[in-house]
Design a protein around this ligand. Structure first.
Ligand code: EPZ
Length: 431
C-alpha cells in the first residue's frame, strides 16, 4: 500500500505545470472508437484513469501507439466487438462513455456498469439511458451489464435532460455524432470538457454546435476520419494547486491553464483574501494575510465546481469565523469531513450543508482518502497542518492527479510517497 507522508507548515513557492484535463480525456479516448483512421491525442494526463481506459480499448482490439509520454495514436479499425464487460470497467466511472461510443459506431453496446469514486451518494445514469432510448435504442440492465441495441443507427431527436448532467450530455453527444439526422440536447451541461469533446469530435469530422451553451445541436454524420487533437488543461487540477497555495501561504505561478475556466475558483479565492492574477496562459496565486471566511454553493459550470468543494472546505478550516458550504450537485459529498475533524477541524454537516467554524490551524494526523477530490483535500490539509500527516488511499488521488508528489515537492512541500507492503499480504507470503 502506498501512503503519502507530509510534514506540514511550509508555504508553497515557485511554478507548477498543469496537465491535460482528466474529465475531457476520459471521454475523448472512448470517442476514438467512432473514428475511421488514426486519432493522435496530445496533452493526455499521466493518470491511472487514462491508463485504465487505454487498457480497455486495447483489450477490445484497438492499436495504441505511444508517441511520447503525453501523446498517443489510437487506431480502432480492428475493433469488431461492441462488448466492454471487463473488470476494469467497474473501477472507473467514465467507462459509461463506451456506451455512447459503441452505440454510435455499432448500433449495439454491452458494457459493465460503471464504478469509480464513491463519495457517499447514489450516482445514477438514468439520463444517459433516457437519451439513448429517445434515440431509438432499447436498453436493459441485468447482472451489472448495460445492454443497448438500436438494430441500425441511433436516430436524432430532441432530448431534454431532467438534471444538468455532464456525463449524460457527453454520452448523448457521442451517440448523436454518428446518428441519423439531428439531435438537440436541451438543459445541457456547459463544463469546459463538454466544449473540448465537441471540438475533438468536430476535428474528426462530426458536426456539433452550441457546446458550452445549454442547447447543443448535433447533425449526425456517416463517418469520422482520423486527425490530431490536443486536450485542454485540467481546470480542477489547477484549482487544487490554487487552493493549496491559498491554504499554506506563499506565491505560485500556475502554468499552462485557461484563466477563463478558473474564474469561478479565482473569484472565490479573492473573496477569501487571496491574490489571484490572470495572465495569458497562467495565473499567479499569492497569500500573505489571513484567510477570510466565506460561503460557497456548488453548481454546474460556470458555477463553483463540486470537484473543488472538499479542497476549499479544508482551507476554510483555517479562516476566522463561520463558513457555510452547500453542495448543490451531489446528494452526499461530505464523507471527508470526518478526516478533517481528526486534525482538529470543527465542521458540522446537516444534509447538503457543512458549517465550518474556523479553528486557525490544523494538526497532523493519519488520514484515509475515500475518493479523488477528498484525497486531494486531505493532502492540502496535511500541507497546511503542523506536524506529520499520513494519507492512505492514494490510489484514488493517482486516478486523477499527475505526479502530485513531484509537483508539490518542486513547490517546496515536504511530501513523500512511501510504499509499505500490506501486512495481510506479507503474512500470507511469509506463512
Ligand atoms: C462528472 O460526473 C465528473 N466525472 C465528476 O467528477 C463531477 O463531479 C460531475 O461531473 C459534476 O461536475 C467525470 O467527468 C468522469 P453528472 P458525472 O452526471 O458526469 C445527477 C471527479 O472528481 N444525475 O454531471 O457522473 C447526479 O446524481 C469526478 O473528477 C442523475 O440524476 O456527473 C448528480 O446529482 C467525481 N442522473 C448530478 O446529476 C443521471 O443520469 C450531476 O451528475 C446522471 C446524473
Amino acid at each position: 500500500m502506498t501512503k503519502y507522508v507530509i510534514n506540514g507548515g511550509r508555504p508553497l513557492n515557485g511554478e507548477v505545470e498543469i496537465s491535460g484535463a482528466k474529465n475531457a480525456a476520459v471521454a475523448i479516448i472512448p470517442a476514438a472508437l467512432m473514428v475511421d483512421g488514426v486519432c493522435r491525442i496530445e496533452n493526455l494526463p499521466e493518470i491511472s484513469d487514462v491508463t485504465m481506459l487505454l487498457t480497455i480499448l486495447k483489450e477490445m482490439g484497438a492499436d495504441i501507439r505511444v508517441v511520447n509520454k503525453r501523446t498517443i495514436d489510437i487506431d480502432c479499425k480492428r475493433v469488431r466487438t461492441s462488448q466492454a464487460t471487463f473488470d476494469a470497467m467497474r473501477r472507473i466511472r467514465a467507462s459509461y462513455y463506451l456506451l455512447g461510443a459503441l452505440l454510435g459506431r455499432h448500433g449495439r453496446a454491452d458494457i459493465a456498469m460503471p464504478g469509480g469514486c464513491n463519495f457517499g451518494g447514489v450516482r445514477p445514469i438514468d439520463q444517459h439511458i433516457k437519451g439513448f432510448t429517445a434515440m431509438g435504442a432499447s436498453v436493459n440492465i441485468q447482472n451489472g451489464i448495460v445492454s443497448a441495441e438500436t438494430g441500425g443507427r441511433l436516430r436524432g431527436t430532441s432530448i431534454f435532460l431532467d438534471v444538468v448532467s455532464v456525463g449524460a450530455t457527453m454520452n448523448i453527444m457521442l451517440g448523436a455524432a454518428l446518428a441519423e439526422g439531428r439531435t438537440y440536447i436541451e438543459n445541457a451541461a456547459k463544463e469546459p470538457h463538454i466544449v473540448d469533446l465537441a471540438n475533438f469530435l468536430n476535428s474528426m469530422g462530426a458536426d456539433v454546435r452550441g457546446a458550452g451553451t445549454n442547447v447543443i445541436k448535433i447533425n449526425g454524420v456517416t463517418r469520422m476520419k482520423g486527425g490530431f487533437y490536443s486536450i485542454i488543461p485540467d481546470q480542477i487540477e489547477a484549482g487544487t494547486y490554487m487552493a493549496a497555495v491559498a491554504g499554506t501561504g506563499g506565491r505560485v505561478i500556475i502554468k499552462d491553464v485557461i484563466p477563463k475556466h478558473l474564474e469561478c475558483i479565482s473569484s472565490k479565492l479573492r473573496e477569501m483574501g487571496v491574490t489571484v492574477i490572470d495572465l495569458a496562459d497562467s495565473v499567479i496565486v499569492q497569500r500573505t494575510g489571513p484567510l477570510i471566511r466565506t460561503n460557497i454553493k456548488t453548481m454546474p459550470y460556470p458555477g463553483f465546481p463540486t470537484d473543488m468543494q472538499p479542497q476549499l472546505a479544508t482551507i476554510l478550516c483555517q479562516a476566522e469565523g463561520t463558513s457555510i458550504i452547500t453542495e448543490g450537485v451531489w446528494d452526499n459529498r461530505f464523507k471527508y469531513v470526518d478526516e478533517l475533524m481528526k486534525m482538529g477541524g470543527s465542521i458540522q454537516v446537516e444534509g447538503k450543508t457543512a458549517i465550518i467554524e474556523g479553528v486557525g490551524s490544523l494538526t497532523g494526523a493519519p488520514l484515509k482518502a475515500g475518493d479523488l477530490r477528498a484525497g486531494a483535500a486531505l493532502v492540502i490539509a496535511g500541507l497546511c497542518a503542523s506536524g506529520q500527516t499520513i494519507v492512505e488511499g492514494v490510489n484514488y488521488i493517482e486516478r486523477g492527479y499527475e505526479k502530485m508528489v513531484k509537483k508539490l515537492t518542486l513547490l517546496g512541500a515536504d511530501i513523500k510517497s512511501v510504499f509499505q507492503p500490506d501486512e495481510s499480504v506479507a503474512k500470507k507470503i511469509i506463512g
